[in-house]
Design a protein around this ligand. Sequence first.
Ligand code: ZN
Length: 379
Amino acid sequence: MEIIRSRSKHYFLYLLTLVLILILPSCQKKDAVRIPDLRFTPGVYPNKDITDGPFVFDNGNWHTVKWIEKNSTVIEKTMNEENSASFEADFGFSYDLVNAFLDEPFQIDYVQEFSNVKNLVAISDIHGQYEIFISLLRSNNVIDEYNNWSFGQGHLVVNGDVFDRGKRVTEILWMLFKLEYQAKQAGGKLHYLLGNHEVMVLNNDLRYVDSQYLSTAEKLGTSYNELYSKRMVIGQWLRTKPVIVKINDMIFNHAGISPDFVDQNLNPEMVNRLFLENIIDADSRTIDKDPLLDFLAGSDGPVWYRGYFEDDDGFSVVKLNSILKHLNSHYIIVGHTSMEGIKFYYNGKIIAIDSSIKNGMTGEVLIYKEGVFSVGTII
Ligand code: ZN
């Protein structure tokens, strides 16, 4: 009798433990903020098996497309009529866009000046956070529910740092590639500016690359840097992108125009040219040896500068006014230095738009409509 009671007691304790094991984790989940690890969730493309890609290799007269399925299997296709047709079913955008870019690569526009722009949305430092990026663009009517351009003649500025930290960089790059084409067709424009993280990846500085991407490169039998080389369609496309853009009376730049920029009598056209011709793909020793390139690629240059927001940097209204006068502009809009949201400094003349999307929680965009600024959120 005693043995039976003891056994049933053990059985009861066993059941209780089992119930607690099952219940406790789900109770904890309610309180904890859940950030999904995207390596283990289905991809964002129509073909849910695709977990990274496409990587389009330009072989001159023909293209090879490679991608990863279910985090491990490498698929490789030579693009012919049949494979081109299935590309859209897999990735949700037409392969014709790739061909359109290769047939007629955009002329590199070093001047980057645009006027009479009435509607504009600007976003910065997306850092691989695809879901937040898409939610912000949808909430603010830049794209529709199918992720197609719905902003008409509006301009979308992506102020650098799409790369690194997050896990959906490839998908964002292709979304921007598609939106650039669609915006052009609609009379609008997408501006994708190079940030320090674009420059780092193109120059093979992989300090901040998520390990997932190093393993993608390994699976594809190459290096991460090679996935963005001149041989790749996205690599070619990135090498047409500016560092400084002027739209109406607004200067857009990833990190900021420092007083040294004025002292050296630089202008956006010169700097865009120097970045694309002398800094991207150059080795660091060559850059270090040239004082001008060293300044542009360094901590007071336009992709790294933080002086506007540092108390001990000696930045002032007087210096700001001289920079604005030099650039013939009224506003400088930068990302790079992370904020809780879109922030206005120096009487609204400096607008900081890195809204910490990188944290994977939420973010904001800057809206410009007929001369008035406002802040857009996810709704
Ligand atoms: Zn940055």
